[in-house]
Design a protein around this ligand. Structure first.
Ligand SMILES: [Zn+2]
Length: 159
């Protein structure tokens, strides 16, 4: 169950019966999020790359796409670890040129210090190219933990 806020800039989700306001972008690939800052162009970390690969490979509309080399150009500084991908000069997936949406999502069931929790990782596209890897941590404003024990994961593809 997802509850959209009337104010742009937050949304909530029922987790364990509690409505938690999720930090994140309400509009797909909205750059209105105040915490994104440009960083020197860099390749994805191994964890970012693994999440991107897993979501891309799960979606038949994206799994055969040649993504080329990916670069991170901005990071959210609120502690959520969301990152913005550089837009290539040509769309990676021309059939989605002019569109934006979700490639897919990983829901990670984790255990942190004996407590079960959830982290969602959403991969967005804009103008036919991967645009944003959004990490949603339902305990915002606590920062996303640096390590955790993964219990299960579920990959869902976007429309
Ligand atoms: Zn953030």
């Amino acid at each position: 169950m997802q509850i959209l806020g009337t104010d742009v800039g937050f949304r909530g989700k029922m987790v364990n019966g509690v409505l938690r306001i999720i930090h994140g972008v309400y509009k797909e690939m909205s750059m209105e999020h105040g915490s994104y800052i440009n960083v020197p162009r860099r390749p994805p970390t191994s964890q970012e790359g693994a999440w991107i690969n897993e979501i891309v490979l799960a979606n038949p509309a994206w799994s055969d796409v040649d993504l080329g080399e990916l670069f991170i150009v901005a990071e959210c500084r609120c502690g959520c670890r969301s990152v913005v991908l550089e837009a290539p000069s040509q769309p990676q997936n021309p059939r989605f040129g002019g569109h934006q949406g979700l490639v897919g999502e990983i829901e990670l069931g984790i255990n942190l210090d004996g407590k079960n929790d959830v982290i969602s990782v959403l991969l967005h596209f804009a103008e036919g190219s991967l645009s944003l890897l959004e990490v949603i941590w339902y305990n915002f404003p606590e920062p996303v933990p640096s390590t955790w024990k993964e219990i299960n994961r579920e990959v869902r593809i976007g429309g």
